[in-house]
Design a protein around this ligand. Structure first.
Ligand SMILES: Nc1ncnc2c1ncn2[C@@H]1O[C@H](COP(=O)(O)OP(=O)(O)OP(=O)(O)O)[C@@H](O)[C@H]1O
Ligand SMILES: N[C@@H](CCO)C(=O)O
Length: 322
């Protein structure tokens, strides 16, 4: 059953590598991408907004290719598509833009053909495409995700984010691709550093699951990727060390960077002081940045049902201003 009228989905952004959870711990954020996919006579793209500037508008586009992988897996041919997208998620900044595109395309393509694949199957496919499960797991399931991948099957446990958790992100005005940021990492780490991270990732997972925000500052520390990536985001090392003195309950590089994320407790937050601290440190390194106060998003990718006669852009504008 192909839904000739097309489908629309909304997908949250995500932060990966939460603290010590390199390639493992992710959290969905209330910043979104919207995607519409319809069967068409010839493939055409409508990409709206600055965040999608420069992306290909032909069959080499990630969204098109990912949608085709769903049709192939389900044995249903839908070769030509009309694809519309708008995104508030900045591209290549560490807020999971590629994961939101992959999850959005998988979810929309599956809906378009009557949902033959389960969410778990989509998770396996998304992880195989992204190569780590934390961003895609968060965008697909929402909330906080602790996930593992054996190269074929991805397994995730979803944790409901603590009510009081707020998130401040500082998004530097430059892009840093995951590929480039991974090249900065060593091939091997010491047993001491492995234990350092395993112990903190376990503590952080337990702390977030049980609402023990007082444990987050110690539990957020990492030795597996942030020290090696520090030179790629000047000022980051100082922010991670000192943010708790300015009202954060913990801070981390978001995904592969360059965005820096600070967690705060809504009941006890010195918002402006923390924001100014982040901006001042980055500015002292010659980096301008945009800050956003976000919250964990408790929902993953979902269909949005609206009157079909309204244009996609009208719908998106309505959502954005809602
Ligand atoms: N909507 C989209 N349509 C097509 N391709 C996209 C889209 N969004 C992202 N991409 C692709 O993903 C790339 C960015 O992926 P990358 O993993 O480097 O960064 P990120 O996902 O924004 O951050 P991180 O993975 O660190 O959280 C873009 O350069 C582009 O090739
Ligand atoms: N875990 C990934 C996140 C970015 O996709 C990395 O840090 O390389």
């Amino acid at each position: 059953m192909i839904r000739r009228e097309g489908v629309r989905v909304k997908v949250p952004a995500s932060t990966a590598n939460l603290g010590p959870g390199f390639d493992t711990l992710g959290m969905a954020l209330n910043l979104y991408a919207w995607l519409e996919v319809k069967p068409a006579d010839a493939t055409v793209f409508h990409l709206y907004g600055d965040n999608l500037d420069g992306l290909p508008k032909d069959k080499s586009n990630l969204i098109y290719k990912v949608a085709q992988s769903v049709f192939t897996a389900a044995g249903i041919a839908v070769p030509e598509l009309e694809i519309s997208m708008y995104s508030d998620i900045p591209l290549t900044r560490g807020l999971g833009s590629s994961a939101s595109a992959i999850v959005g395309a998988l979810y929309a393509a599956n809906l378009l053909i009557g949902s033959p694949l389960t969410r778990e199957q989509l998770f396996d496919m998304a992880t195989a495409l992204e190569h780590h499960p934390d961003n895609v797991g968060a965008s697909l399931y929402g909330g906080i995700i602790t996930a593992v991948w054996d190269g074929v099957r991805a397994t995730a446990l979803r944790i409901e984010p603590p009510e009081e958790l707020d998130v401040l992100v500082a998004i530097p005005d430059f892009q840093l691709s995951t590929t480039a940021a991974r090249e900065a990492l060593p091939k091997q780490v010491s047993l001491g550093d492995a234990v350092y991270n395993v112990s903190r990732a376990s503590l952080l997972t337990g702390a977030l699951a049980s609402g023990r925000l007082d444990l987050v500052a110690e539990a957020m520390r990492d030795r597996l990727h942030q020290p090696y990536r520090a030179a790629l985001v000047p000022g980051m090392a100082r922010i991670l060390e000192e943010a708790p003195r300015h009202g954060a309950i913990g801070a981390a590089l978001s995904g592969a960077g360059p965005t820096i994320l600070a967690l705060t407790n809504r009941n006890n937050r010195q918002g402006e002081e923390l924001r100014n601290f982040l901006l001042e440190v980055l500015q002292s390194e010659g980096i301008s940045a945009t800050t956003l106060w976000l919250k964990p998003c408790t929902h993953g990718a979902a269909e949005i049902t609206m009157e079909q006669e309204r244009s996609f852009l009208d719908i998106v504008k309505g959502e954005v201003t809602a």
